[in-house]
Design a protein around this ligand. Structure first.
Ligand code: ASP
Length: 289
């Protein structure tokens, strides 16, 4: 039986030194909440939604409450979640007036026959989600996290649960000053996120470059071809650099619970939580246990 494990990242970029402590505490808390959700009987899907919900709730990352405005001063959010074993995903793009797009992405995955919704259409699906009581509203545009994560003390995430189910997710406002309607890699299946029954990957960095090599799918493909998770991470990052001059970061997990982490930006806060079986770990810099 695989050991449950949750890995979260807070984005590949450069963070102000003065915020490092708070950022590390936030990713640790999100990984802890994700793991706690599994311990409460939740699945890897519950864990990824819960961990990303926590990161969306802080103002430290370019997602949820920390979202950066586009060139017209408006907030437009993207998010995606993919259930590897079912090979199904839900994504929301350029949505306005919603703080937790990750929960809507999950609703799209679980309760609709479609995979992707954008802009006003996505907002209408959000209103339907709240009307149906799938998630409880706290204030206009904001909903409570999944029930199983409540009672734990607390933007990309990947997780495996004890049934071997692998899930990956991502949530972002994209880059500050982006053009209205611009959509990066994060909500695009295979680019920002991919998961199947072998592995899951969640990427961060310049979306335009990540899209060009379909980075998350390629990373999973490398594992299917026999690489370890860490070799797959390093290979796909090299491919991104060589083919697009892009910088990025990604986190991965495979069906045996092996972890891969990499980034070539200055920082990428990452936290790993596997309960008492695996020592919790977090870092801003590329030094992995
Ligand atoms: N990849 C995201 C985008 O281009 C940004 C990020 O990872 O911070 O929208």
């Amino acid at each position: 039986m695989p050991v449950p494990l949750v890995i979260v990242h807070g984005g590949a970029t450069e963070f102000d030194e003065e915020n490092h402590k708070a950022i590390l505490a936030a990713v640790q808390r999100a990984a802890h909440i994700g793991f706690c959700t599994i311990e409460n009987g939740g699945s890897a899907l519950d864990a990824v939604e819960s961990a990303i919900w926590q990161l969306e709730e802080t103002t430290l990352f370019t997602a949820g409450r920390g979202a950066r405005p586009n060139s017209e001063g408006e907030i437009e959010l993207d998010a995606m979640v993919m259930d590897g074993n079912r090979l199904q995903s839900g994504a929301v793009m350029a949505i306005k007036g919603v703080v937790h797009p990750i929960s809507l992405a999950r609703y799209i995955l679980e309760r609709t026959n479609n995979s992707q919704f954008a802009a006003d259409g996505a907002k209408r699906i959000y209103d339907k989600m709240v009307r149906e009581g799938y998630r409880q509203p706290i204030e206009p545009g904001s909903t409570l996290p999944p029930l199983l994560s409540q009672g734990c003390d607390t933007v990309g995430a990947v997780a495996i649960d004890s049934s071997g189910r692998i899930v990956g997710g991502s949530s972002t406002s994209g880059w500050s000053g982006k053009l209205p309607g611009r959509i990066g890699d994060s909500p695009i299946i295979g680019a920002g996120v991919y998961a199947n029954d072998v592995a899951a990957a969640s990427c961060t960095g310049r979306g335009e470059q990540i899209l060009r090599i379909v980075m998350a799918r390629m990373a999973v493909h490398h594992i299917e071809s026999g690489m370890t998770t860490q070799q797959a991470v390093e290979t796909v990052m090299r491919e991104l650099r060589e083919k697009t001059a892009g910088e990025a970061g990604l986190i991965m997990i495979d069906k045996n619970g092996n972890v891969g982490v990499g980034f070539d930006t200055k920082h990428m806060p990452v936290a790993i939580n596997g309960g008492d079986k695996i020592k919790p770990y977090s870092s801003m810099r590329p030094v992995w246990p």
